[in-house]
Design a protein around this ligand. Structure first.
Ligand code: FAD
Ligand code: PYC
Length: 417
């Protein structure tokens, strides 16, 4: 028997009245759509939103094998920054950074974007040289980044241990003041609600199992766990499963999939004012609005589709966090989890056309695609709607792994290596 509290009855009535519950009930798939987006993570939902809003397309379906935002979007540690090295990346992540600034207003949904500053620590000479090179390159591209001494770093992040005899001595840090965090599931829900309001169908529990091609070789339909849907345009935004989905159209992708883990502590009062990352020791930390310390690790060392990473990886990260912040060593950890990230050989994403007509792909964001969500959705919408890349994503082709025009962001991709 189902029990109703007065509050739950009241909130059901309010939601039903406002129509807000509609997006949680997946519509029945139609027999045909002008475009199908595979994957209802932040990227897929943002793509559908901008296709509807900026390209006037309405007959779009977003197909999701699980529930919306249940993939990497709902599992990531929400760090937003744009301090990548190369010009192409500066344009790409800079574009996303601009869209974050008024995303809550754009979606009329509070995504809780918080510009609290992101510090990347340097622990050895190589780190210092690499971080300073990023600072100079970023500034030439108009991207905010500055070098801090250990004392300035401590002033920005008071809990940090900068003792010279620490196991990981802090030799300085690169600070991006406009970097920060946002609420990951609000981003998915905000885009979903906006797309839904413009007529996009978001169909959950609908796994794509096949991609059909017509006599001309172009895409013609998708076979799903809920039946066949005809379409001449497919955008794949299925992080973690891209290789599997693209293989349905006969394409092999230059991607490897790794588990990436994170964990949160018990909630405490505000103690941590910024975001801090240490690429050398594979650890990063911030504090959520609920008070939990949000801690992330490096990728597992072996490819896998497991959503539970190796315990030794988390243990290594917690060791490093306790060295950097000895006062956190007695805190209890509440839960940990993993997501599966797709990593390209040059640690930069692929957003563009494919050798199959009508098939487009947005993938390879590795450990760093949350920060790109608005920008990636905006650019991928352009690409799918117009059948050609936007100038900003034009360099991020699949073809670069054949031509050798790589955009090697291994040093900026943080925990990807
Ligand atoms: P997802 O949210 O994974 O969406 C893809 C969707 O496709 C999934 O919902 C999946 O179910 C669906 N799908 C797959 N196959 C099919 C199919 N056959 N049919 C239908 N649907 C399918 N990035 C940052 O910028 N900052 C961070 O701090 C950060 N931290 C991270 C921490 C962790 C632990 C992890 C795992 C990732 C982190 N990332 C971070 C990376 C970031 O989460 C991802 O790059 C980003 O969320 C990718 O978004 P997406 O929408 O493409 O993918
Ligand atoms: O890309 O900034 C990042 C990041 C931090 C943690 C995981 N990814």
């Amino acid at each position: 028997m189902r029990h109703f509290s007065l509050m739950s009855l009241l909130s059901e009535a309010v939601n039903a009245h406002r129509g807000w519950d509609r997006q949680w009930r997946s519509p029945e798939p139609k027999p045909s759509y002008d475009a199908v987006i595979i994957g209802a993570g932040g990227h897929g939902l943002a793509t559908a939103y901008y296709m509807a809003k900026q390209h006037g397309m309405r007959n779009i379906a977003v197909l999701e094998k699980g529930w919306l935002g249940g993939g990497n979007t709902g599992r990531n540690t929400t760090i937003i920054r744009s301090n990548y090295l190369y010009d192409e990346s500066a344009a790409l992540y800079g574009h996303a950074m601009k869209l974050w600034q008024d995303l809550s207003q754009e979606l009329n949904y509070n995504v809780m974007y918080s510009r609290r500053g992101v510090l990347i620590l340097a622990h050895n000479t190589h780190d210092v040289q690499s971080a300073r090179r990023h600072v100079y390159a970023n500034r030439l591209n108009g991207i905010d980044n500055e070098w801090l001494t250990p004392e300035q770093t401590k002033a920005f992040c008071p809990p940090l241990n900068i003792s010279r005899d620490a196991r990981y001595p802090v030799l300085g840090a690169a600070l991006q003041r406009c970097g920060g965090v946002a609420r990951h599931d609000a981003v998915a829900w905000g885009y979903a609600r906006g797309a839904d309001a413009m007529g996009v169908d978001i169909i959950q529990n609908c796994e794509v199992l096949g991609i059909q091609r017509g006599p001309d070789g172009a895409v013609a339909a998708v076979d799903t766990s809920r039946g066949r849907i005809a379409t001449r345009r497919i955008g794949v935004s299925a992080a973690g499963s891209t290789s599997v989905v693209m293989a349905l159209a006969g394409l092999r992708m230059p991607l490897e999939s790794f588990p990436l883990q994170a964990l949160v502590s018990e909630p405490v009062k505000p103690v941590f004012p910024c975001v801090l990352m240490s690429n050398a020791v594979h650890a990063y930390i911030s504090q959520s609005d609920k008070g939990e310390l949000v801690i992330g690790a490096g990728t597992d060392q072996y490819v896998s589709y497991s959503q539970q990473g190796g315990l030794q990886v988390t243990a290594h990260t917690l060791d490093a966090i306790c060295e950097l912040f000895p006062q956190f060593s007695r805190m209890r950890m509440m839960r940990n989890w993993a997501g599966i990230v797709d990593v390209t050989p040059d640690r930069s994403p692929i957003i563009g056309t494919t050798p199959v007509s009508g098939l487009f792909v947005n993938c390879g964001w590795g450990t760093g695609g949350f920060k790109a969500t608005p920008g990636a959705g905006h650019l991928f919408a352009w690409t799918v709607a117009k059948g050609e890349p936007h100038p900003i994503n034009a360099p991020f082709t699949l073809d670069r792994f054949r031509t050798g025009r790589l955009i090697d962001e291994a040093a900026a991709a943080a925990v990807a290596h």
